[in-house]
Ligand binder design. Structure first.
Ligand code: ZN
Length: 58
């Protein structure tokens, strides 16, 4: 409805979404949500961030 239009017109919302980190499993390379503490596929806790860290931006 009205709320949907305002979301589409706000590029900052998209940027925020794209900046979300993804956790990649070191064992099976499955993508996990950033809040995951272990792989949803193989259960391994060896997850690494896919996106870059904040250093270098500021
Ligand atoms: Zn895994």
């Amino acid at each position: 409805m009205l709320a949907i239009n305002s979301v589409i017109n706000m590029p900052s919302t998209i940027v925020k979404k794209r900046r979300l980190n993804r956790l990649i499993c070191r064992k099976c390379k499955a993508r996990n949500p950033p809040e995951a503490d272990k792989c949803r596929k193989c259960g391994s806790k060896q997850l690494r961030m896919k996106s870059k860290e904040r250093r270098g931006i500021s």
